[in-house]
Design a protein around this ligand. Structure first.
Ligand code: TXA
Ligand code: MG
Length: 322
């Protein structure tokens, strides 16, 4: 049972109170079009440190800084002509751009986790935009869930994992997209996708041309979010299921769900991938109950946002750290 007493409808007074809390170095849960974020003043080292503690996030995993506009982002990072072009095409929206920090960048170095780069994004969600306007500064915000667990797509999900850590949770209803932003590195000459997400590769390539998949020359993990086990429910997850037994919960997709599971939730009966993305994390949470032995997942086509859905599911199914 979680404490929902910190959840507020997104009226202007609540948004202003949340903005004041940010100014005081406190944490705020807020909706974006992708998933809910756990926000902190990105210029305040102590506040950013609180985000890592609250989520129990490894300190090597940098945060995304949320800004109102492209111009705001350019106060902090050096954007190439191509980066500006892609930002103009997709901002405000579910695209995160990684670029080199400017020397005068005022963002806490902790947010970059020791890298010379910074991830920035201008969200399109109205409540997120109002919060950024009321706060009038950059907000560092990872997804509002304990590190490694299923992301939050409702205010109740935020409260379930982090109610003790936040001053306010702004309730924007279920997330519109339901899956995180695409993380695009524009650091090198050839752009690369560090995390698949809400903006499909093909749509980025229409603007940027070929996007690289090549491993980084240094061999280092380019984006710690690429680590194997992530987005994980407590139950084991079994992918590409073509049958299910009566001890399992089934995450189905499409008009012909397989039979035999103890319980079934369908990501999209009509086979719509956007609807499936919006339902993904809430359905995983709902099926994650001790009465089942595991969650079986039907195959999801790899086109469009299906690519990001399969990325999240394969990490949910990966062997867990002990
Ligand atoms: O949709 C989203 O992106 C949500 C909402 C709240 O905006 N945020 C989110 O944050 O998913 P988080 O912290 O869960 O994921 C951030 C991802 C991680 O994979 C992280 O490693 C990567 O972005 N990242 C952040 N800064 C980076 C940097 N400087 N270089 C490479 N990867 C970076
Ligand atoms: Mg996350």
């Amino acid at each position: 049972v979680s404490d929902t007493g910190k959840i507020w409808p997104p009226k202007q007074e609540a948004i202003e109170a949340a903005a004041r809390a940010l100014s005081e170095g406190l944490l705020v849960g807020f909706p974006t079009e992708t998933v809910y974020g756990l926000g902190a003043d990105a210029r305040d080292d102590a506040a950013v440190a609180k985000v890592f503690e609250a989520k129990q996030r490894p300190k090597i995993n940098p945060l995304i800084v949320h800004v109102r506009t492209l111009e705001c982002a350019q106060e902090h990072v050096q954007l190439s002509a191509a980066a500006i072009k892609v930002a103009e095409a997709f901002w405000p929206g579910p695209l995160t751009i990684v670029a080199n920090r400017k020397s005068e960048c005022s963002i806490s170095l902790l947010a970059s986790a020791g890298l010379d780069t910074l991830a920035v994004r201008a969200p399109r969600n109205k409540i997120a935009q109002s919060l950024l306007t009321a706060f009038d500064g950059p907000v560092a915000a990872p997804s509002a869930n304990p590190s490694g667990t299923v992301s939050a797509t409702t205010a109740i999900h935020v409260a379930a994992g982090l109610s003790a850590e936040v001053a306010y949770i702004l309730d924007g209803g279920p997330s519109e997209v339901g899956i995180e932003s695409t993380v695009l590195s524009m650091v090198d000459d050839i752009p690369s996708i560090l995390r698949s997400g809400a903006v499909a590769r093909a749509d980025l390539e229409k603007i940027l041309g070929k996007i690289s998949d090549a491993p980084h020359p240094s061999g280092a993990i380019r984006s710690p979010g690429q680590l194997a086990s992530h987005y994980a429910p407590i139950l084991p997850v079994r992918l590409n299921a073509t049958s299910a037994d009566k001890t399992e919960a089934l995450l189905a997709f499409g008009p012909k769900p397989i039979e035999g599971a103890a319980s079934t939730l369908n990501l999209s009966v009509s086979g719509d991938l956007s609807e499936a993305a919006a339902n993904l994390f809430a359905h995983l949470r709902a099926l994650d109950r001790a009465q089942y032995n595991g969650i079986a997942v039907m195959p999801i086509p790899n086109r469009g946002i299906g690519d990001a859905i399969n990325d999240r599911l394969s990490r949910a199914a990966a062997p867990r750290p002990i």
